[in-house]
Design a binder for this molecule. Sequence first.
Ligand code: PBG
Length: 323
Amino acid sequence: MSSFPQMRLRRLRRNEALRALVRETKVEAGDLIYPLFVVEGNKIKQEINSMPGIYRYSPDLLPEELESIARLGIPGVILFGIPQHKDQLGSSAYHPKGIIQQAIRVIKKTSPDVLVITDVCLCEYTSHGHCGFVVGDYVDNDKTLELLAKIALSHAEAGADIVAPSDMMDGRVKAIRQTLDKSGFQNTPILAYAAKYASAFYGPFREAAESAPEFGDRRSYQMDPSNWREALREVEQDIAEGADIVMVKPALPYLDVIRKVRDTFNHPLAAYSVSGEYAMAKAAALQGWLDERAIVLEMLTAIKRAGADIIITYYAKEAALWL
Ligand code: PBG
């Protein structure tokens, strides 16, 4: 005679061995990418106010940092540069001796097996802090494409393994692909920040990278947080233009978008758990208001469960230790 309940789902939760056996989502250090901020100068390791535990490094201090990243099993880093010189064109972004180009060379020399991904954008390099070439008070799409292609090429020439445009101009993936191919970099993949939202979660990053826009905001190029169908169009377009990997950003508040992209496309999918996500968890942890380790592993698991293959996170090093 059957007793109630028929099925006891708790049977498989009785102990850790059973739970581990039926666990559907596993986060590994190998899924994580660590963002690094690089500044010009020497012997600089400067903590970022709004991101305790995250630093700006001068190139000479990168080898030591990279060694610890590699030791933790983290496969790659994504680089952000803070140049000394900013101008209307963001020319330091594509200078052959620019801060990112220097950093790539240092890393590729001392830690050749760590993947170097470079953020291809103008906002850290322009005097006005926008992600492109500004005409009046509008970021001109097509003029920006030429600059982005130049930046991506200079990163590839310096030795970048993957270039990652984060500007949200239309047509940038194609422009970058054509320029790379013409110059012998057919094998350099493009990771497109495909669905990048105009998000308040980037606040701490803009302090870290000194890239807050001087006027207006980024809503004429980054996406409206209300839209998910448009995210699929963005991803579709970047794939059509030749993106090898696509990204959704931010991660935690956009898990539904990650899931939609995962279900719709077969490309490798990255999610960027951004500065504001880190800052929220870190601030609460420092207050003793939540269990940092548990919260972070739960966040990363949620992002992976939603469908991300690759997670860019400021918690990569701590998470790799905890995993
Ligand atoms: C550059 C860029 C930004 C981030 C990554 N690349 C800032 C922005 O778009 O304003 C944000 C990353 C983060 O918040 O951690 N365009």
